[in-house]
Design a protein around this ligand. Structure first.
Ligand SMILES: [Zn+2]
Length: 83
């Protein structure tokens, strides 16, 4: 298991994971997957992940599909767009 040692933030979607270097970065969407029917393809291909809404605290904008590291959007609004 790979340890995630710090919080990463960036202004734009990173090309690769700052934690493990993987290029499999998925954007995170919050809310029931049913809310994003048009994104099924993206989710299935690993380019996006859908998480349950109402996560406490700051929410990451992207996630490494390989090690699971969360990547935060710097100085931007990373609140879920729902609700
Ligand atoms: Zn990673």
């Amino acid at each position: 298991m790979i340890e995630i040692d710090s919080v990463h933030s960036t202004r734009r979607k990173p090309r690769k994971c700052p934690n493990c270097g993987s290029k499999r970065i998925a954007r995170i969407l919050y809310g029931p997957a049913d809310f994003y029917p048009e994104l099924t393809e993206e989710v299935e291909s690993g380019r996006a992940v859908v998480k349950p809404c109402c996560t406490r605290g700051p929410v990451a904008s992207w996630e490494c599909s390989f090690c699971g590291a969360g990547i935060f959007k710097e100085s931007g609004i990373s609140e879920p767009s729902l609700f």
